[in-house]
Design a protein around this ligand. Structure first.
Ligand code: FRU
Length: 502
């Protein structure tokens, strides 16, 4: 196959998100901040815009918003596809791939062996190294470095663990169909020793993929660290298909102990809503965090798509965007912990600039009210509501007189919803049209939302980022209206400001 070429106007190409120029992408891989540059590698089909020929594509950014695409970093060959994994800066040259004065970047990836290989059918962990800051890569001649003979062992995320007796590398990976995260230890990235396994626990409605494990200070207190284990699963998300869950607990250098396990073993389908989700929307998958982000920030990015319909979304010549990069932190809440997420690139309305559109407190009467002067297709919308008598209220984005994406609150049900059943093109796959929900509680009687709208997506951060919903949408280019609505009564809009981009 040759690279797909554009057949229709590229209406959906995002302005604030990364998408490859003219090829397919899925999971973010090898995220690292190195020498002042954020590197985003990703699952890429260099020859087409559907899944296949899995290789690592590559893009870089310095502001987390604008990305430059580079040549394929690690390519598949006849014997192996290059599945997901991570990159570490081996600053002490423990691997010996570099020198003490010029230490290497080391990629740890899954070799998915093909029929031409004597390991056909096996998934095992392999290495590649870069001596030029991440632009060109050489596969290690001793690959694979960790082979359990398993067909479902993948997605290694490696980090440096500082123990009292010295530091070492830790790998978290999955035995996908066992719903297990397996942890390994190494001193040189080449020899690995099993430490422990975690799971099954909480959501197990689909294979476990792309895990991550990192410490975060609770409420910003560096004396009080908890460890967060994130596990993506497909399908089995709270609103169908692919999604990511997380556990909060402790890691002692050997074992992760969860303090937030609701159900041990295989999941209880009735308790899906009690598990903790990185995002409740349909399109936030394979989320992982950056290594070595400045100022100890924990930055995550996800593939903004869902395996249910990923290969069918109506974009061309590329297919699939990444999410915005998010900064995650940990807040204590009701004797538990909640991951709090904010967009990490600088999308804040500048304090000196007047927002493009603003409204002070106003009552929203029953019905649907288009906001004159608020229209746009790439926007940040900040707003706060106090419930009244309406059983649902909220806003509609990317709308016209007949269609739009509804983002609403149902206060008596304790739900936030995103309804994309009339969001634009929906008929490319039967499961795409959906009304998706997440539990939400008031903060001091009100609801605060920040919504990022782009040419093919909405990302909703509710209650300061305690609840997020990320969804693809495919509206007509002319559908740009923003409106407020209330159903069954009234609600109060406390404030609204819209920043327009592009
Ligand atoms: C997740 C995933 C990974 C795998 C990669 C293959 O979306 O299935 O488990 O490494 O995609 O492209």
């Amino acid at each position: 196959m040759t690279a797909a070429t554009a057949t229709t106007a590229d209406t959906y190409r995002p302005a604030l998100h990364y998408a490859a120029r003219n090829t397919w992408l899925n999971d973010p891989n090898g995220l690292i901040h190195h020498e002042g540059v954020f590197h985003l590698y990703y699952q890429n089909n260099p020859m087409d815009n559907v899944w296949g020929n899995m290789s690592w594509g590559h893009a870089t950014s310095t502001d987390l918003l604008t990305w430059t695409e580079h040549p394929v970093a690690i390519a598949c060959d006849e014997e192996e596809d290059i599945f997901s994994g991570s990159v570490v800066f081996d600053r002490d040259n423990t691997s010996g791939f570099g020198t003490d004065s010029a230490p290497p970047l080391v990629a740890v990836y899954t070799s998915a062996y093909k029929p031409a290989s004597e390991l056909h059918g096996v998934q095992a962990q392999s290495l590649a190294y870069s001596l030029d800051g991440g632009y060109t890569w050489t596969k290690h001649s001793g690959n694979p470095v960790l082979n359990r003979g398993s067909a479902e062992f993948r997605d290694p995320k490696v980090f440096r663990y500082d123990a009292d007796a010295g530091s070492y590398w830790v790998m978290v990976a999955v035995e996908a169909t066992e719903f297990q995260v397996v942890l390994y230890k190494s001193h040189d990235l080449k020899n690995w020793e099993l430490l422990s396994a975690f799971g099954p626990a909480n959501a197990t409605g689909g294979v476990w993929e792309c895990p991550d494990l990192f410490p975060l200070p609770v409420d910003g207190n560096p004396e009080n660290l908890k460890w967060v284990l994130t596990v993506n699963l497909n399908p089995g998300g709270p609103n169908s298909g692919s999604a990511g869950q997380y556990f909060v607990g402790d890691f002692d250098g050997t074992t992760f102990t969860s303090s937030t396990t609701v159900t041990e073993g295989l999941q209880d389908p009735d308790r899906l809503g009690e598990y903790q989700w990185l995002d409740w929307g349909r399109d936030y998958y394979a989320a992982v965090s950056f290594s070595d982000a400045p100022d100890d920030r924990r930055l995550m990015i996800a593939w903004m798509n869902n395996w249910e319909y990923a290969n069918q979304i109506p974009t061309s010549p590329w297919r699939s965007p990444m999410s915005l990069v998010r900064e995650v932190s940990l807040a204590s809440m009701d004797r538990s912990w909640c991951l709090v997420q904010q967009a990490a690139g600088d999308l804040s309305p500048s304090p000196d600039a007047t927002p493009s559109f603003g409204l002070a407190a106003v009552e929203i009467s029953e019905g649907h009210h288009v906001l004159d002067g608020a229209a746009g297709s790439v926007q940040r919308i900040d707003l706060a509501f106090t419930p009244g008598t309406a059983h649902e209220f909220g806003l509609v984005v990317r709308g016209d007189r007949t269609q739009g994406t509804r983002i609403g609150i149902r206060p008596t049900e304790g739900l936030i919803i995103v309804d994309r059943r009339e969001s634009g093109q929906i008929d490319f796959h039967e499961s795409f049209a959906s009304l998706d929900t997440a539990p939400i509680r008031t903060s001091g009687g009100s609801y605060e939302l920040t919504v990022y709208v782009d040419h093919c997506s909405v990302e909703v951060f509710a209650q300061g980022g305690q609840v997020t919903l990320t969804e693809l949408i495919f509206p007509a280019a002319a559908s740009t209206e923003v409106s407020l609505y209330a159903i069954g009564g009234t609600a109060t809009l406390n404030s609204l400001s819209i920043t327009q981009y592009a």
